[in-house]
Design a protein around this ligand. Structure first.
Ligand SMILES: [Zn+2]
Length: 417
């Protein structure tokens, strides 16, 4: 028995869709449900691809609303890191489950996660039914002496994630940033990642101060430094990239790494700059869109962030034509980076898709994609399907109330709420 959609709209036509073994088996005007299929009536609903959140720290939902409105380093060093030291597997599990509910509700079907107790996050991802690459941060305080232990912890985390995650929660590496990780660890991650075919996520050039410190210490800018350590490649996601210069963009494009831009978190933490997207596009840099963690956004609604991305890029370019709605949506759907794996709505593709309320006021009149980017938010999503399984139907995610209650308890237990 597979899942089937009847009478949904796609590009102005009425279509049917059938899922089998987690894939879209058939899609088109003549596609009818099979006799044993679980059928969703798509009348009044439009098909859209699932969104890919290219950078987040899902378990940080527990920090939502805690220590808002502070400078980045004060927020991080004085308010976030001390609490994170006390967090348990269960805290991260329920924090990540909460994030998954929110993402399912707002149309994100897959995300790239960097957080502590990554095996607990992987278990949450499996239980929630979404897809993710989960990775434990590697931090050695840029101290070679702490590197050996940090690397063996990271290696152990890979095995733990594989044990808890399996198919939909895949393991990744997450060296935190060039300024918190030593050259020894960066080189170890780069080599091990290639050897084992594991993707890497790292923060890069979120603040101007990081760039200055890197130049002072290593005599080169952060992207060049990462390249020197073997870290720039097609399996690497660089989160932020606010302060990249043209030579760095050239290098990133050449190596095939992906930049995950996080415009809302950047604005909330007032990092003072904007990812130079137009220059990156000109050079062919692969790009994705992330929310960053719910401690610094504070939302996981990627459609809202897609609008913010388009607006800030237009604004800094002084050109409303600089970025289109279609291009913005493609970026949010992970289609501008092979690594992010955004797929087409087509037979043979993974069955990760959405049904949005086509009759809602926000989507009338006009075209679907510009309306999704500029007029709607994640609340427009009615049904979310991942790997052929409906995780939300008619706006209802099963078990969501329990997840919210348990996450509240965990936040209270940590003194956050
Ligand atoms: Zn981040």
């Amino acid at each position: 028995m597979g899942l089937a959609i009847r009478d949904a709209t796609l590009d102005g036509a009425t279509v049917g869709l059938r899922c089998e073994d987690g894939m879209i088996a058939a899609l088109g005007p003549d596609v009818e449900p099979g006799p044993d299929d679980d059928v969703i009536d798509g009348a009044g609903l439009a098909l859209a691809p699932g969104l890919v959140n290219a950078h987040t720290h899902a378990g940080m939902t527990l920090f939502r609303g805690y220590a808002d409105d502070l400078p980045l380093m004060e927020w991080l060093e004085e308010n976030i890191w001390p609490v994170e030291k006390r967090m348990s597997d269960d805290d991260v599990y329920w924090g990540t489950r909460l994030a998954c509910v929110e993402m399912i509700r707002s149309g994100t079907t897959s995300f790239w996660d960097m957080y502590w107790h990554a095996h607990a996050a992987a278990r949450a991802v499996e239980d929630a039914g979404v897809r993710a690459v989960t990775a434990a941060p590697l931090i050695d305080d840029d101290d070679e002496e702490k590197s050996e232990r940090a690397c063996s912890d990271a290696a152990r985390s890979l095995d733990e994630i594989a044990e808890h995650g399996a198919e939909r929660a895949r393991p990744g590496f997450a060296p935190h940033a060039p300024y918190t990780v030593s050259e020894r660890s960066l080189r170890w991650v780069a080599e091990t990642a290639v050897e084992r075919g594991i993707p890497v996520q790292i923060h890069l050039s979120e603040t101007e101060g990081e760039v200055e410190a890197c130049v002072a210490k290593h005599g080169m800018r952060p992207a060049a430094w990462l390249d020197h350590c073997g870290m720039l490649g097609p399996g690497t996601i660089l989160a932020h990239g606010v302060w990249l210069d043209e030579a760095e963009l050239e290098l990133i494009a050449e190596r095939g790494a992906t930049v995950a831009t996080n415009p809302v978190a950047n604005m909330k933490l007032a990092v003072g700059g904007v990812f130079p997207y137009l220059a990156a596009r000109e050079r062919g840099v692969a790009v994705g869109l992330g929310t960053d963690g719910p401690g610094s956004n504070n939302s996981l609604d990627l459609l809202s962030d897609a609008k913010a991305f388009a607006l800030i890029q237009k604004h800094v370019a002084g050109d409303p034509a600089a970025v289109t709605a279609e291009e913005t949506f493609d970026i949010a759907a992970g289609r501008r980076s092979e690594l992010l794996g955004g797929t087409a709505l087509a037979a043979g593709a993974p069955a990760d898709f959405l049904l949005v309320r086509a009759g809602a006021p926000e989507l009338a009149p006009g075209e679907l994609i510009p309306n999704l980017v500029y007029a709607a938010s994640g609340s427009i999503v009615d049904t979310t399907v991942v790997a052929g399984r409906a995780l939300m139907r008619s706006g209802v995610v099963e078990g969501a109330d329990e997840v919210v209650a348990r996450a509240r308890e965990r936040a209270q237990g940590l003194g956050l709420a």
